[in-house]
Design a protein around this ligand. Structure first.
Ligand code: ZN
Length: 507
């Protein structure tokens, strides 16, 4: 069998496993958007069968044989072939290193833990949830030991979402970010305009859902989300799923928070445009997969924050927004609008956080996860450690566990090592944006004309077309010419928020 034949067969098997994954993804989307309430059990049974089928495809011993053939010294693969084989090896090892009974027990534990978390959050009862969380932590430790017994546990957990990422790298990046961000945030919060922005946001009321939906469809289409290959629906928690020619976005509407659905939809459309921009013929292999969680999040944050909170976007879309909501926006001056789309107000709740303070929520969670898996922090001590860090970073102490350690679903669902990618995504977005401003200084004028195509084209060429040939850190280096650094995020926040809140001074 020639190298080309072996690579072709491996590609077929990998793409078949990926296609099965997309079927499972559709069941998941349907569950959150359409499922009749009485069908939960039936859907769980369908999902369990799909999980078995997907695992069997991923762990097919033929994949192992082909990998051994293609990894042999004389295989003579080109760069694309090397990337395909490296990714296939990673997926195959992940599928085969975990014993089937462990995978099943972990899934059962996480399903029970999710429900226990939801009840505990409702009751604000951490003590009742702590033994369940301790079991989740234990499963995560055992999983890491199966996957890579030689590496520190938390590094293995980070690597699941962003290949190659280590706790030491994140700690350095977050340390630098925290040092610069905390004083900037304090200066902004103390400015009189911060109170004005909060007041304006509270005054946005009575935006009919139907017109909100029309507006955000117009916006996301114009930004470049392709509705012939995607759709937008309503769900309890907004998300984006699917890839290639079938990408599903969801949103939720609140009549008194019109910017929430708009910016949330732009965020999900950013994820969606990335998936629509991956090389279609290569879906499922390293040439057609996204580059990991952090890069994915950079694509959503760039559109949501750098673009849709900025001046060019509102020069273009502001008149249409006012036309659709004339009475609701009548009292809002252009200056008011600039403030209200970029508020800064520390909150205890991560998902309600603004663009500046959001990152500090992630720094907090990373710090606790690192200590938890480093053995320096016991599960029982999490609420107190959370409270202390929250005061230190945000200046706020949770009154109960529901607005502290129990607020996020992640740990309850067994997701450890996932949080950092949110903040790394913000850093990557800012670093890409800084590069964009160099190569296209007039980008805000493009936006003011309603032209978002140049930016999408640039992202397509430099990020989307690359698939998963590189790790996040390699990709950032290749596209921007330097290592990932929090400097760009801090500079961007200083420039935008300094001029809005601190009278143009750069703090
Ligand atoms: Zn996102």
């Amino acid at each position: 069998m020639s190298t080309a034949e072996a690579l072709a067969e491996l590609t077929r098997l990998v793409q078949r496993a990926h296609t099965l994954g997309t079927v499972g993804g559709l069941l998941g989307w349907d569950e959150q958007v359409n499922l009749p309430p009485g069908a939960a059990e039936q859907r769980a049974a369908q999902q369990a069968v799909m999980a078995e089928v997907m695992h069997a495809a991923a762990a097919d011993s033929r994949v192992g044989e082909l990998l051994a053939r293609l990894e042999s010294p004389g295989a003579g693969l080109d760069a694309d072939g090397v990337a395909i084989v490296r990714q296939a090896r990673r997926d195959y090892d992940q599928a085969t290193r975990l014993p089937a009974d462990f995978v099943r027990a972990k899934a059962e534990q996480e399903s029970r833990a999710f429900h226990a978390w939801a009840a505990a959050r409702e009751a604000r009862d951490f003590a009742g949830f702590a033994p369940v969380l301790a079991r989740n932590v234990d499963f995560a430790r055992r999983e890491a030991a199966f996957l890579n017994p030689a590496a520190p546990t938390y590094d293995v957990l980070l690597d699941k979402y962003d290949p190659g990422l280590t706790a030491a790298a994140v700690e350095r990046l977050f340390g630098e970010l925290r040092r610069d961000l905390v004083p900037l945030m304090r200066a902004i919060v103390a400015s009189p305009r911060a109170a004005r922005a909060r007041e304006l946001a509270a005054g946005l009321r009575g935006f009919p859902v139907e017109a909100q939906g029309r507006f955000l469809r117009e916006v996301t289409s114009r930004l470049g989300f392709d509705y012939r290959r995607g759709r937008l629906d309503v769900s309890l928690h907004p998300f984006c799923s699917g890839t290639g020619d079938d990408v599903r976005l969801t949103t939720r509407y609140r009549e008194d928070q019109p910017l929430s659905a708009l910016l949330g939809s732009v965020h999900e459309a950013g994820h969606g445009m990335y998936e629509q921009g991956l090389p279609a013929a290569h879906l499922g292999t390293a040439l057609g997969l996204n580059a990991g969680m952090a890069v994915h999040e950079s694509q959503s944050r760039l559109w949501e924050n750098q673009v849709a909170r900025g001046p060019g976007f509102w020069w273009h879309f502001g008149p249409r927004w006012r036309e659709l909501f004339p009475a609701q926006t009548a009292a809002l001056s252009a200056d008011d609008l600039a403030l209200v789309v970029a508020p800064v107000a520390p909150t205890l709740i991560r998902v309600e956080a603004d663009e500046v303070t959001y990152n500090l929520h992630i720094v907090l969670r990373f710090e606790l996860e690192r200590r938890l898996f480093g053995g320096d922090l016991a599960v029982a001590d999490l609420p107190e450690a959370w409270r202390a860090l929250s005061v230190e970073l945000l200046g706020l102490a949770p009154a109960h566990a529901g607005e502290g350690v129990l607020q996020d679903v992640h740990w309850g669902a067994g997701l450890f090592g996932y949080f950092p990618s949110y903040c790394l995504g913000n850093m990557i977005a800012a670093q890409l944006w800084s590069r964009v401003r160099v190569v296209r200084p007039g980008i805000e004028e493009d936006f003011a004309r309603g032209d978002f195509g140049w930016l999408l084209g640039w992202l397509r060429e430099h990020i989307h077309a690359a698939g998963r040939r590189h790790s996040a850190l390699e990709l950032v280096r290749a596209v921007t010419g330097e290592e990932l650094s929090p400097r760009h995020l801090v500079d961007y926040l200083r420039a935008r928020y300094g001029s809005l809140y601190l009278g143009g001074s750069s703090c």
